[in-house]
Write a protein that binds this ligand. Structure first.
Ligand code: B16
Ligand code: MG
Length: 214
């Protein structure tokens, strides 16, 4: 029996990946190199500092720890310029209706995101009120595919992991759910998310009807 849904944020409820890409690209450009949208795929679901490490490797740039913190803070400032302009209309299609339906059925709802800006994004898009628990990058110490973020979510909801269903757009997030003993719905491309128990292209998808089979 599934009694709780745990949602990733970026790529599932909102599309902030594009803002992350623009801000990271600006950082790379200011450091004298560039990277592609294809490379950016590898940053999805990955924490801010881990993302920076990967980007610096791509550009063959070495920084001190203080330098890394400084550039990560700058990137976050650029990212926040986009996020601060987000509105309720920026929620991905079908998400609000799906969350309304979850609430009506009495399903508990938690967020499980790597982002330290998750609360601000939920507030600006008027999604915060749907969540019984918000687990974000400020509450976790280990990145997905470690299951910490989802196990904390289950704990805050007071629901055993076996009764939780995770919605994720990142491969690392699907693995995190499974390692936590939870089933996972992949939101996105089947060729990327083949480890998921069910794959949907979004919340307007006819596959949503198959959720009850999980
Ligand atoms: P921040 P998610 C992740 O969000 C993003 O996919 C990833 O690109 C980003 O680096 C990470 O959050 C940290 O975000 O810099 O805002 O703390 O998919 O876990 O909701
Ligand atoms: Mg994501």
């Amino acid at each position: 029996m599934i009694s709780a849904y745990l949602f990733d944020l970026d790529g599932v409820l909102v599309d902030t990946a594009e803002y992350h890409f623009k801000a990271w690209r600006r950082l790379a450009n200011e450091l004298g190199f560039d990277f592609t949208e294809h490379q950016n795929e590898q940053l999805k679901g990955i924490s801010r500092m881990e993302s920076l490490e990967r980007i610096l490797t791509w550009g063959n740039v070495t920084l001190t720890d203080a330098g890394k913190l400084d550039w990560a803070t700058r990137k976050n400032g650029w990212y926040l310029e986009y996020v601060s302009r987000m509105k309720p209309a920026d929620v991905l299609p079908g998400v609000r209706e799906f969350l309304d339906a979850c609430r009506a059925k009495g399903i508990k709802i938690a967020l499980g995101s790597a982002s330290k800006n998750a609360r601000l994004i939920l507030k600006n898009t008027d999604l915060l009120r749907y969540f019984d628990a918000v687990i974000d990058g400020n509450k976790t110490t280990r990145s997905k595919p470690d299951p910490e973020v989802f196990l904390l979510g289950a704990q805050e909801l007071g629901v055993p992991p076996a009764e939780c269903l995770v919605f994720e757009d990142a491969v690392a997030g699907i693995e995190a759910a499974h390692r936590g003993g939870m089933k996972a719905v992949g939101v996105g491309a089947p060729e990327v998310l083949m480890e998921a128990d069910l794959i949907i292209s979004g919340f307007k998808d006819e596959h949503l009807a198959k959720l009850h089979s999980l």
